[in-house]
Design a binder for this molecule. Structure first.
Ligand SMILES: [Mn+2]
Length: 172
């Protein structure tokens, strides 16, 4: 099953909305990795038909929303966090070690506005970049998390070119 992963919308929702329109018939869930909780909740209010998971970021102050969660999908443990509390701006290996300790199969994080797809031991570390304010890429980016019993978990980093067009960034 496919899950749309977005992060760091920072009050600009047009691209995120476009992506949900593009993928709504193919995905079983949307994950928003923080900044801002209000954005995630606006999307939840606007769309239905899939599960929606989200966490709080460093620009979120709503204490009722968790900074991290573990969600289990097809028996895989997916740790979701914005990442600022694991100081991912400095070194993402802290986050990898923490995820390994929590027995996660994958950890999804945002905050740095740069896409990542790499392993820390057995843990797949995934960052979709920012769908609104990209830093390391010209185009806004997002991720597609693919989980199935036979092939396990994989994560594709995707770019949004506008007007409903997406492409996979094969260097990740
Ligand atoms: Mn942030």
């Amino acid at each position: 099953m496919k899950i749309l992963v977005i992060s760091d919308t920072h009050r600009y929702l047009k691209n995120a909305e476009d992506l949900i329109e593009i993928y709504k018939n193919d995905i079983s869930a949307v994950i928003h990795l923080g900044d801002l909780v209000n954005d995630a909740e606006a999307l939840i209010n606007k769309y239905s038909g899939f599960n929606f998971y989200y966490v709080a970021g460093n620009n979120d102050y709503d204490k009722s929303v968790n900074y991290e969660d573990i969600i289990t999908i097809q028996s895989k443990r997916i740790l979701i966090t914005h990442g600022h509390r694991q100081r991912v701006n400095y070194d993402i290996s802290n986050l990898g070690a923490w995820a390994l300790q929590k027995d996660a199969d994958a950890v999804l994080f945002g905050h740095i506005h740069r896409p990542v797809r790499e392993y820390y031991g057995s843990v797949l570390m995934c960052n979709p970049g920012s769908i609104s304010l990209p830093r390391s890429t010209v185009l806004p980016t997002f991720g597609i998390l693919d989980i199935d019993f036979e092939n396990g978990i994989d994560f594709s980093v995707m770019a949004y070119m506008g007007n409903g067009n997406v492409k996979r960034l094969s260097r990740f």
